[in-house]
Design a protein around this ligand. Sequence first.
Ligand SMILES: CC(C)(COP(=O)(O)OP(=O)(O)OC[C@H]1O[C@@H](n2cnc3c(N)ncnc32)[C@H](O)[C@@H]1OP(=O)(O)O)[C@@H](O)C(=O)NCCC(=O)NCCS
Length: 331
Amino acid sequence: MGEEPMHIRPFCPADEPAIIALWQQCGLTRPWNDPHRDIERKLRVQAHMFLIGEVEGRLAGSVMAGYEGHRGWINYLAVSPAHQGKGYGRVLMEHAERLLREGGCPKINLQIRSTNTDVIAFYRKLGYGMDDVVSMGKRLEDDQGPAFHPRPAVPSALELRLSEHRLTIDGFTTHAGRISGSQWQTPRAPGKWTPAQETAHLMLVYATFAATLCGGPPRELRVPAERALELQRTVLPGILDGKGFPTGARAPAETAPPDDPGDLGVLLPQLRAAAEDFEKALVSAYAASPNARIVHPYFGPLGLEDLLGLLTAHTCHHTGFLPATQPEPTR
Ligand SMILES: CC(C)(COP(=O)(O)OP(=O)(O)OC[C@H]1O[C@@H](n2cnc3c(N)ncnc32)[C@H](O)[C@@H]1OP(=O)(O)O)[C@@H](O)C(=O)NCCC(=O)NCCS
């Protein structure tokens, strides 16, 4: 251990210039890895596992750990050249290992660049062994290209509802995509909508709620407030439980489709985009205020999770109105 103890603490944004300089000194940066973006990403995921080591008040080391539910990972382990060989690397690793163990991580994996074989002896000293594996990777974002802005993190219950919603939209668009040109413009029964109108209606529903979620005007109640609360208490739970959507309720005028909304090839991508915009607006609204409520014309003010569940059920309900189609030939 060095003469002076290393003080370990979580990274804070003011450390960024010094830490990038340290990584450069230690040969850890590469042209295809933008360290600024690496820091930005880490601050969104388990930021408390991004540690800084200070010796005599000056930044002298770093380690970035993470646990994805199966293995723990170590990145950006560095000790400034002037402080190497004094036990500080071991101290940083001990802290990272403790955080990972506390997080329930059963094993740590490391990747060492093939040009950095010196460090193998260091890790061996700390109890790491060679695994019989080949390391492979695939980039999902080019650090030299435009930055990708992921959705804000949402709790798992909402994630689950979002994936149900995506599956439902996929179900609708896949089914509708197989409808023939003549069926597309044929009402399912006299006085009922065509598949084109069903699609346009869903698009309008997503667009109107997305606009409200983005701060636009609230939806108007179509029933007296007491009736809306009663419907919310008596009818909504069944819908959210997957027991089906009541038939016969008229769509509010703002979501009624035109007589001839357009071609399948145009409308289906538009529906997908509208549903995606709605999801993004909902997630942003959730990040800003998890308890926000949005007025539904028939059910009154709804929490965001219920609104998402309701629109999933609504899209599912309208999928049931699409005509039977030929299944895709099996290969
Ligand atoms: C790897 C690194 C973090 C080690 O930090 P360090 O502070 O020098 O290491 P420590 O002094 O804590 O060493 C711990 C043990 O490993 C041994 N060790 C460290 N580097 C070694 C080396 N190159 N060869 C052999 N043994 C080594 C030390 O002798 C010590 O053994 P001991 O406990 O029996 O005395 C540091 O060398 C570094 O920043 N390297 C450049 C960046 C890098 O390669 N990071 C890892 C990317 S995978």
